[in-house]
Design a binder for this molecule. Structure first.
Ligand SMILES: C[S@@+](CC[C@H](N)C(=O)[O-])C[C@H]1O[C@@H](n2cnc3c(N)ncnc32)[C@H](O)[C@@H]1O
Length: 282
C-alpha cells in the first residue's frame, strides 16, 4: 500500500471513534513515528509504497487508538514545557495545567533570584522537577514518589535531558517530616475523589495509573493536609508551598491552609478554573 492508501484505510477504521480534525493530527504523529517522515515529507511521499513492517506497525497503532489508548502511551512519549519525556503506564501523562503551575514557580523563583532548594512531591514522569531544573539551573531540585516504577521513568527523563536531580522513594502519607529543609515544596498530588470515577473518560480510567489520580471520598484533601504539615517543619524561612488542585476544592484547601497557619493565594488556569495555590507560613 502507498502512504495515501494506508491513510484512507486507517481513517475509515477510526472515523467513527475519533473526530476528523484530531484524527488528522494523530495520523500525522503515528506516520512520523513509524516512517520518520515529518509532515512535509509525508506530503512529498504520499504515493510512496510503505514496507510491510511499516504497514503492520501503523495498523497496530490504529488498533490501540481504537481501544482508547492515549497517543502518548502508544508512542511512549509526551511533551511538557517543550521537553520530550518518556511516559509509560506507571506515570500520569503531564497536563497543560501543570505547565501553568511550573511557570508560576519559575516567575516566583526568578524574582527571588537566589539558588533555591526545591522538592516536588508525587513526581511521576519527573515533568515538574525537570522543567524547573532546566529553567533554574542554579537551584537544587529533588523529586519524590512512592512508585519505584515512576521514579525509574523520571530518572531516565532527567538523564536524557541533562537535568541533575535528586530522587527519593517515599510514601509521603507515612512521613512525619523530611530530613532536609526546602525553599519550595511543590506538589500535584492525587486529588480526584473516587466518586467522580463514574463521570471520567475511559481513556483515563483504563490507561492512567489510579495511584496518581484518586483519593478517598471521605478525605479528599489528605495530601494537601499532610504536605502542609510537613511544610511546617521542612520549609525554610520564607519557604513556599505550590499546589495544583482540583478546580472544585479551592476554597476547602484555602480553609485547610488557614487552619494550619498559612497565608495562601488561589490562581485560576487559562481555562478560568481554580487550579493552583501558593502558600507560606504566617
Ligand atoms: C497526579 S500525579 C502527578 C505526577 C506529575 N507530578 C505530574 O504533574 O504529571 C501524582 C503522583 O503522586 C504519586 N503518589 C501517590 N501517592 C503517593 C504517596 N503516598 N507518596 C508519594 N507519592 C505518591 C503517584 O505515584 C503519582 O506519580
Amino acid at each position: 500500500m502507498s502512504l495515501q492508501e494506508i491513510k484512507i484505510f486507517l481513517k475509515q477504521k477510526l472515523a467513527s471513534t475519533i473526530d476528523a480534525v484530531e484524527l488528522t493530527s494523530l495520523m500525522g504523529m503515528l506516520i512520523e513515528a513509524v516512517t520518520g517522515w515529518n509532515r512535509m515529507q509525508q506530503i512529498v511521499n504520499i504515493n510512496t509504497e510503505l514496507t510491510k513492517e511499516h504497514q503492520a506497525q501503523l495498523e497496530n497503532y490504529a488498533e490501540q487508538l481504537l481501544n482508547g489508548k492515549p497517543i502518548q502511551y502508544i508512542l511512549g512519549k509526551a511533551w511538557f514545557m517543550g521537553n520530550e519525556l518518556m511516559v509509560n503506564e506507571h506515570v500520569l501523562i503531564p497536563r497543560p495545567e501543570t505547565e501553568e503551575l511550573v511557570e508560576w514557580i519559575i516567575s516566583y523563583a526568578s524574582i527571588i533570584n537566589k539558588s533555591l532548594s526545591i522538592l516536588d512531591i508525587g513526581t511521576g514522569s519527573g515533568c515538574i522537577p525537570i522543567a524547573l531544573k532546566l529553567a533554574l539551573s542554579n537551584c537544587i531540585v529533588t523529586g519524590l514518589d512512592i512508585s519505584k516504577e515512576a521514579l525509574a521513568v523520571a530518572q531516565n527523563n532527567a538523564k536524557n535531558l541533562n537535568a541533575p536531580i535528586h530522587w527519593v522513594e517515599k510514601d509521603i502519607l507515612n512521613t512525619a517530616a523530611l530530613e532536609t529543609s526546602y525553599d519550595i515544596i511543590v506538589s500535584n498530588p492525587p486529588y480526584i475523589p473516587l466518586r467522580e470515577k463514574k463521570n471520567m473518560q475511559e481513556q483515563i480510567l483504563n490507561f492512567e495509573p489510579s495511584i496518581a489520580l484518586f483519593v478517598s471520598n471521605e478525605d479528599p484533601l489528605i495530601y494537601y493536609r499532610v504536605i502542609a504539615k510537613i511544610g511546617k517543619q521542612n520549609l525554610s524561612k520564607n519557604g513556599q508551598l505550590f499546589f495544583e488542585i482540583h478546580y472544585d476544592q479551592g476554597n476547602s484547601i484555602l480553609a485547610l491552609l488557614d487552619e494550619l497557619n498559612y497565608h495562601a493565594e488561589l490562581r485560576k488556569d487559562s481555562f478560568g478554573k481554580n487550579r493552583m495555590i501558593r502558600a507560606s507560613l504566617k
